[in-house]
Design a protein around this ligand. Structure first.
Ligand code: PLP
Length: 430
């Protein structure tokens, strides 16, 4: 698509945007003068859907009026609550409804999945992860290796970009998997890297892992609700994600997990068990023997956190209506426009350039652009904040910007780069 750098052009794109109505369905943080802030941190904490309050209120009312009877008599019976999110979650990750479950929180689910799918032996014990993985994931894989009696220094293998490069090449990842061969037990990387915004080629990576005889799982915290996936068709073994980033379900919101049918239907797969994973027909009989439900639901431990799940339902309904494929289509244009404006800005400025470290290929990224700033990076970031832009700063000098298609506009992108331009002309004088 051919872009132009004027405000009018941005406004025209917004006018013709078939998804423009969705912005109205969210509460946007405001500046002191009542205008909307430019919120570019949906990759960190998504905004509140206006419907979320009523969804939570409904469960408060049922609790108030029914007490324990709410489990079966509530408008949305709590006993079956996770089922209400299966269809929408399945569509987001390309799965059948029985392959997904909403439960717990993200790092907890990552551990639950690794308990089942990281089964190291003396020969095959290594875990491959990207060097810039989210710290929680690094702690998780290292501790799993240690629990099985391995030295994490040896068991956890970091995928590093080539010297002078910021992101990983697929061929290098595949090569590394091949190299590790029979020592590799698990490939566990972020589907979209939180730092660089790189979207990995999950299908190829999964195939290579399986070829090596290893399992393959992904942390989709930065992927779900951002880009569409086909986890079932790609034969991914497991995946986990959180609901509070692109999925807009509130701070500390519940997590989702995917377990491929080939494992989910196998009751012999070892897992940590809890009563909520037990067959629903016999769960309340309180018998001693654990009979797992088939599918991902068989990994549940505890009864569901209904209030948090209610907010998640509100958000998933919006995704159902908008459609992840439509959102991706807009997202490609929106991020492409932001990239174009930053390139324009760089071509005009000689003193302060902004280096985009996210892949330039739209198929290798979601909506986020990670901007490597110069020496004045922090000053620049602070002046963005002062001017009503909520972005994200990562030491030593990266600003992460995520224009999300549900509530960000082309005008937001234009205004952001306009503010950036005034901020750099000031920061270079001071
Ligand atoms: C946000 C994020 C987390 C956070 O984990 P919680 O258990 O939800 O606190 C973990 N991993 C990745 C890749 C993330 O992006």
């Amino acid at each position: 698509m051919e872009y132009q750098s004027s405000l009018e052009f941005a406004q025209e794109l917004d006018k013709n945007d078939p998804l423009k109505v969705y912005k109205e369905q969210f509460h946007l943080p405001k500046n002191a003068d009542g205008t909307n802030m430019i919120y570019f941190t949906g990759n960190s904490l998504g905004l509140q859907p206006k419907t979320a309050r009523a969804y939570i209120e409904q469960e408060m009312i049922d609790w108030q009026n029914l007490g324990v009877e709410g489990h079966f008599e509530g408008k949305n019976p709590w006993y079956y609550y996770h089922h209400f999110m299966e269809n929408a979650s399945a569509k987001l990750v390309g799965a059948s409804p029985s392959e997904v479950v909403v439960m717990n929180t993200l790092t907890v689910n990552l551990h639950l999945m690794m308990i089942s799918f990281y089964r190291p032996t003396k020969e095959r014990f290594k875990i491959l992860i990207e060097s810039t993985a989210f710290p929680s994931d690094k702690y998780a894989v290292a501790s799993q290796a240690a629990i099985h009696g391995f030295d994490p220094e040896q068991a956890v293998v970091d995928l590093k970009p080539r010297d002078g490069e910021e992101t990983l090449r697929t061929d290098d990842i595949l090569q590394k998997i091949k190299e590790l061969g029979s020592s590799l037990a698990l490939v566990m990387i972020g589907g979209v890297n939180y730092y660089t915004g790189q979207l990995f080629e999950l299908e190829k990576i999964t195939a290579a892992a399986h070829e090596a005889g290893a399992k393959c799982g992904f942390d989709l915290a930065h992927g779900v609700g951002n880009v569409p996936f086909q986890l079932h068709d790609w034969h991914v073994d497991f995946a986990v994600w959180c609901s509070y980033k692109y999925l807009n379900s509130g701070p500390g919101g519940v997590s989702g997990a995917f377990v491929h049918q080939k494992h989910g239907d196998n009751k012999e797969v070892l897992r940590l068990a809890g009563w909520w994973g037990n067959d629903e027909k016999t769960r309340f009989l309180m018998e001693d023997k654990f009979i797992p439900q088939s599918g991902a639901a068989g990994w549940q431990l505890s009864n569901a956190p209904i209030l948090s799940m209610a907010a998640h339902r509100a958000s998933l309904e919006i995704f159902e209506n908008a459609g992840i494929e439509n959102l991706r289509e807009k997202s490609l244009k929106l991020t492409g426009f932001l990239e174009f404006l930053i390139d324009e800005f760089n071509s005009k400025k000689s003193n302060e350039s902004i280096n985009i470290i996210t892949p330039r290929d739209p198929n290798q990224r979601g909506c986020q652009l990670s901007l490597l700033t110069g020496e004045n990076g922090k000053t620049l970031f602070d002046s963005l904040t002062k001017n009503g832009v909520i972005a994200d700063w990562r030491e030593p000098n990266v600003i992460r910007i995520a224009p999300v298609p549900l509530y960000n506009t082309f005008e937001d992108c234009w205004r952001f780069v306009d503010i950036l331009a005034s901020a750099t002309s000031t920061s270079s004088v001071t």
